[in-house]
Design a protein around this ligand. Structure first.
Ligand code: PLP
Length: 461
């Protein structure tokens, strides 16, 4: 089989941004100055930055030219109406407001839906989503299938909701004490793992049985649809757009961080299927928090670029090249013996640091040690998802142990080539060969909350 069109990226490059690898001694100095915390590094000291796929994508020529059409009117901007049309095209929903990013959408919508003491049930809450549930007096309950926690196990839809457990929780707690069910597509915290349409339909049935709303946390809605098309027989002949619309048809509202599948550097939104009362609440709240409802924290030009981004992200040629590149990195690592989460998700490859560095205990942060080592080796910046991120028990102040110790390699959209993936893989494979020499880290200083952004570490003697 040789399908030429799928062998290369479906775009060519019009503009480039210089990157370089600073010398090894410099890298040693920079990471020590940063307290062995990659968040403290300057971008100019990084060769390949795969910290996140959020807001780091490359816009197309069509998006850049759409910026010039931006209408910066305070109220009723043309850009808003163009974006509204684009949002309606992918969601089929009646109502929409823009927000400055995904967490802004959560901040506007959640207080209208959550009452003190209620639960929010999700396959897995993203961290800002969990924070906004808790800020409103709710409790965030994760209900993903148990297969999600087994990195070695292959399952086509590791982001699926455990629907039996979902119904049990509803019955135990009482439907009136459930604020909403929030389905995260793809399931970011489980490694960008998809949720199947079959699973979504089952969740919808349960939600209807008990009169509970379904919200989609939809940052990677297009990547999720691509996996459905490829892995769910029934949908093999559907277009991405048809699948996206069918998924959203089972929801009552969505929040979205457009910094991912919107392929813009900043933006977010709330869309509501048909509940006018909820929309009126959103429209009222968005004004003091984000801005007037026809701009919601975005410039007119940002809205225009996003309107175009939504048409590009559902193109199959784009999605297949995107997912293929992430798979390619996963394949190189697996072939080199590096333990990774299987199958790889839509936006990232997760290296299993517990298996990579079994001699480093959780309180010396094996995935963080690997993250530091990767920067030292090749100037590559990944991110730790493990005990360092998890932090201390708020009651006892003791370090919590994370179920998984992962190094996330998150691939920005349309930014790097396969050669960059090869550098990342080569560096990790070289580190793997000398893994026994790698030592852990301990905390030198840390703030009380969200410590992973600013804490300083030191090597264990
Ligand atoms: C990024 C993200 C958010 C938060 O969005 P921001 O744009 O970063 O504020 C919420 N949910 C999911 C699943 C995300 O990936």
């Amino acid at each position: 089989m040789c399908e030429y069109s799928t062998l290369a990226e479906p775009y060519k490059i019009k503009m480039v941004e210089k990157i370089s690898l600073i010398p090894k001694e410099e890298r040693e100095k920079r990471i020590a100055e940063a307290g062995y915390n990659q968040f403290g590094l300057k971008a100019e000291d990084i060769f390949i930055d795969i910290l996140t796929d959020s807001g780091t994508g490359a816009m197309s020529d069509h998006q850049w030219s759409a910026l010039m059409l931006g209408d910066e009117s305070y109220a009723g901007s043309r850009s808003f109406y163009r974006l509204e049309k684009s949002v309606q095209n992918i969601t089929g929903y009646k109502y929409f407001v823009p927000t400055h990013q995904g967490r802004g959408a959560e901040n506007v919508l959640f207080p209208l839906l959550i009452k003190e003491g209620q639960d929010s049930i999700s396959n897995m809450h993203f961290d800002t989503t969990k924070a906004h549930v808790e800020l409103n007096g709710g409790r965030a309950v994760d209900c993903v299938i148990p297969e999600a926690y087994d990195t070695g196990l292959n399952h086509p839809f590791k982001g699926n909701m455990d629907n039996d457990r979902l119904e049990k929780i509803i019955l135990e707690k009482g439907a009136e004490n459930i604020a909403f069910i929030i389905i995260t597509i793809t399931c970011n915290s489980a490694g960008g793992q998809p949720v199947s349409l079959k699973n979504i339909k089952e969740t919808k049935k349960i939600a209807d049985r008990y009169g509970i709303k379904i919200i989609f946390d939809s940052a990677r809605f297009a990547e999720n649809a691509y996996f459905i098309q490829k892995r769910e027989e029934e949908y093999r002949h559907c277009s991405i757009l048809e699948i996206v619309r069918e998924v959203f048809s089972y929801g009552d509202a969505i929040t979205m961080s457009a910094k991912k599948d919107g392929i813009v550097n900043m933006g977010g939104l709330i869309a509501i299927k048909e509940d006018l009362e909820l929309f009126n609440g959103v429209r009222t709240r968005v004004v003091p928090i984000e801005g007037f409802p026809t701009y919601g924290g975005l410039s007119g030009r940002d809205m225009d670029a996003l309107a175009v981004g939504f048409t590009e992200v559902v193109e199959e040629s784009y999605l297949s090249s995107r997912i293929r590149q992430v798979e390619y990195l996963g394949k190189l690592l697996s072939e080199g013996g590096v333990p990774i989460q299987n199958p790889v998700g839509g936006h990232a490859v997760f290296v299993d640091a517990k298996k990579f560095l079994p001699h480093i205990p959780y309180y010396n942060f094996p995935a963080q040690a690997l993250c530091v080592e990767l920067y030292r080796e090749a100037g590559v910046r990944g991110v730790e998802i493990g005990s360092f991120l998890l932090g201390n028990d708020p009651d006892t102040g003791k370090q919590l142990e994370s179920a998984l110790e992962l190094l996330r390699l998150t691939i920005p959209r349309r930014v790097y080539t396969d050669n960059h993936m090869e550098v990342v893989a080569k560096a990790l494979i070289n580190i793997y060969k000398r893994r026994d020499e790698i030592k852990g880290y301990e905390i030198e200083e840390e703030p009380e909350i969200l410590r992973h952004f600013t804490a300083k570490l030191k090597p264990v003697e």
